[in-house]
Design a protein around this ligand. Structure first.
Ligand code: ADP
Ligand code: TYD
Length: 204
């Protein structure tokens, strides 16, 4: 991104049920307690394309993989223009629940080329930090079905998620930090704080 950024973009990535949303909320609270300006957001968004994506959850096979990718990219483009870029310019610490590594891993696992997916995200601001949560797939699935009391949607089938996890494991970018998410909420939060701290020092 060519525009000057004064904020931070921290993204939460990983397979479903690894505790991304839980850790995002805990980090937001910890940062706000210290007086930092925090903006929480997520993808898919609640915008027009995000709504179309959510409609796909129950019947994914009604669109081609390419059409599905285009929806995620259109949603992200809108998110970047309307929310992420202005927030970063105004100095916010933006915490985003899923971002383009999810597209690389999920649409990559669905059969599209991960390198091409990454290249097509060239318009999106590069994160300062991507926290990549990993845990055995059955752990995440159990948390979703038991903890959240939800059914699995078409994006959450176990064998597909296993392929998604393999994709995540193969992505190698300098801003990624991997977190063992099979531990307690407190232990993971402690890791997250330690990873974020050096970025705050640069902001001051
Ligand atoms: P994600 O956003 O990655 O899908 P959530 O944060 O929504 O995951 O967590 C899924 C479920 O697992 C929730 O019910 C949450 O309370 C629970 N949970 C989150 N982190 C942990 C953890 N470290 N250990 C056990 N349960 C957890
Ligand atoms: P999720 O974070 O689980 O949102 P919700 O709380 O609405 O269920 O994300 C929705 C699903 O979308 C998730 O299974 C991963 C998938 N996804 C992609 O396939 N590609 C993407 O680019 C993104 C952002 C999400």
């Amino acid at each position: 991104m060519s525009e000057k950024r004064t904020g931070l973009l921290i993204v939460f990535e990983g397979t479903d049920g690894t505790g991304k949303s839980t850790q995002l909320q805990l980090l937001a609270q910890a940062l706000r307690d210290k007086g930092w300006p925090v903006l929480i957001t997520y993808e898919p968004t609640d915008g027009v394309y995000g709504k179309q994506i959510r409609e796909l959850y129950a019947h994914r096979d009604t669109v081609s993989r390419e059409e599905e990718l285009n929806l995620f990219l259109a949603d992200r483009r809108e998110h970047v223009e309307q929310l992420l870029t202005p927030a970063l310019k105004s100095g916010k610490i933006v915490l985003c629940d899923r971002y383009y590594l999810s597209t690389v891993a999920y649409q990559g696992a669905a059969g599209l080329d991960p390198e091409i997916i990454l290249a097509r995200n060239g318009f999106a601001p590069v994160p300062d930090l991507a926290l990549l949560f990993h845990a055995p797939i059955h752990t995440g699935v159990k948390r979703i079905t038991q903890g959240r009391g939800e059914e699995l949607n078409d994006f959450e089938k176990e064998d597909y998620l296993q392929q998604v996890a393999t994709m995540f494991a193969q992505i190698n970018l300098p801003f990624i930090r991997r977190i063992d998410a099979a531990r307690s909420i407190e232990a993971i939060h402690c890791d997250v704080l330690n990873l974020v701290q050096p970025l705050l020092e640069k902001l001051q």
